[in-house]
Design a protein around this ligand. Structure first.
Ligand code: FES
Length: 127
């Protein structure tokens, strides 16, 4: 489910040109509910989206090759393990053994840069 962009400063993630429609994702790390997790950003139909890299069926990473989440049609995000398919626009399950949707991460784009935004359950990793 898409969440509204919170009123928090964005964290620079990548250049807008790094995200091609239905192309490879840009990975990044987040702290979700106190745990370090992988996340990914993709572009679909011109707009950038980001989700935790965690299937709703079994909480494991979904990419079948590094940073490759789209199925062959380029219209759905697919989990490599059991084939759950999610909408790239909402993260909601379309088919397969999903149990709900993906955890959405708010993104904004400005001046050719994509930023992600923290939330109460989602924080940046401090190195
Ligand atoms: S772990 Fe993703 S579909 Fe089963």
């Amino acid at each position: 489910m898409q969440i509204p962009v919170p009123d928090t400063p964005g964290i620079a993630l990548c250049n807008s040109t790094d995200l091609l429609d239905s192309g490879l994702a840009v990975p990044f790390d987040v702290i979700y509910c106190g745990q370090t997790c992988y996340a990914f950003a993709i572009r679909y139909a011109g707009k950038a989206y980001a989700y935790l890299n965690r299937c709703s069926h079994v909480p494991m990473e979904m990419d079948y090759q590094p940073n490759r989440f789209f199925d062959l049609t380029g219209h759905w995000l697919i989990c490599a393990t059991h084939g759950a398919m999610y909408s790239p626009q909402t993260g909601m399950c379309r088919t397969g053994p999903c149990r709900g949707g993906l955890v959405s991460i708010a993104l904004t784009e400005s001046d050719g840069v994509v930023h992600w935004h923290t939330s109460p359950h989602l924080q940046s990793v401090v190195f």
